[in-house]
Design a protein around this ligand. Sequence first.
Ligand code: KG4
Ligand code: ZN
Length: 508
Amino acid sequence: MDFAMRPAVEADLHEIYAIERASFGSTAWPQQMMQTELSPNPNRNYFVALEGDRIVGYAGIGVVDGNHADVMTIAVTAEQRGKGLGRALMNRLISVAAKRGAREMFLEVRADNPVAQGLYESLGFTQIDLRRAYYQPEGIDAVIMRADLSAKVLERAQQAIREPLVLGIESSCDETGVGIVRGNTLLANVIASSMDAHARFGGVVPEIAARAHLESLQPTLRQALRTAGVSLSEIDAIAVTNGPGLAGALMVGVGAAKALAVATGKPIYAVNHLVGHVGVDVLERGEVVTPTIALLVSGGHTSLLLVRDLVSDVELLGETIDDAAGEAFDKVARLLGLGYPGGPVIDQAAATGNPKAVRFPRGLTLPKDMEKHRYDFSFSGLKTAVARWVEVAEAKGEDFSVADVAASFREAVVDVLVTKAVAACLDNNVPRLLLGGGVVANRRLRELAAERCEAAGIELRIPALSLCTDNGAMIAALGAQLIMAGHEPSTLDFAADSTLSVTSIQTS
Ligand code: KG4
Ligand code: ZN
């Protein structure tokens, strides 16, 4: 039997409590206690099992000292007994307990419930104690059971878990993205871009982007559900980018996601856009292999990350101190009269140019910079250097080659990006580099990264371009990873945060 399962939220209290009372009668918890258990608490993980929209079972663990987990409660409705739902809930608890670092798990069960004891035994639990007259007022004994969360027990539990169906919403810049994943599997990735509306300004205009999101969100959402072949009620959780990005643009996505969560009663996960760029790799590789260095390069960001664990440990090694890499392409394309967005047109113009024609400066790569700004980037000096070079050439009335300038500029940007990314891998002893962001479309960047990574023994990962540019699937994928790792949903109190730090993977 295949049941949907998702983390429990406080709004589930009444349905859960009805099952608790029906199942345990006089030994049921007081409702107040159940409410406390369901309120956000880092030491608790509760899940509900669903049949359609209806909650038909729930279970929770407490992980207090990190080493062991206690099953707090588990119950299913009378009609659903004997269909494997208790087992599914237990598998979820085992998996979460192990992922949270617990090495053993304890539970207590009524001595007069041999069916439950049999189930727990089949999952790896054995009796370690008997507490006389533990369940009052009836005076029933409690059988105390313990399981070693060995690799074998964990693997069995994980195989049995149905992966969560997550809808992701992205609106941090000029792409309205809605993606749907089931666990590590991509089901839909629909994007509406307002790029054309920004073209005549030579860069993204925040106000125009925010308005465009408002118009595009509904149709993009509907298209994503259609593509995935699922209905909104089937979704287990909603994930949304809450930063970093353009404040007004982020607010549209955050507002929409919260409204959806309230209207449908689904849990919501507020996630970090940059970490989403890294998490997207699971959709192609099936897992996130860490540690990895990630180089994220787009119109809005240029960041170098050390990802030790996707859902719990991301460190910002460095970032641009002025323009983003994509922004540099856009600005230089503009001054060369090539159009917008700059990346593709410069790539095209550079194809026939000589990258060694002009030696443009490599920002923050001098020995003194490599001490203080080892992993930081600066592209505004480069942009100015190109502008000056063109000015001088024009003043002299020289007939210079745009192809040579484009190729030389591109070489300067790409050289710095790859040099610093490879240094980050070598310095940190991490033999893996993942690229993300729209600039990854750049042909020379791909070529040089492949060359230098191979020479240094670094495994290079470049996701498909549709997953590199801003999209909702990466947000859904990160949300699914958080859920599968047992993270609690966010509350509805989170805000859009344009300068959200990359260390904040999920905003609670
Ligand atoms: O990730 P993305 O789609 O989102 C935003 O930052 O909005 O990245 C867009 C950026 C633009 O700045 C664009 O010029 C740049 O990526 N880009 C490129 C190339 N294609 C797009 N930069 C260099 N070479 C390219 N082929
Ligand atoms: Zn991005």
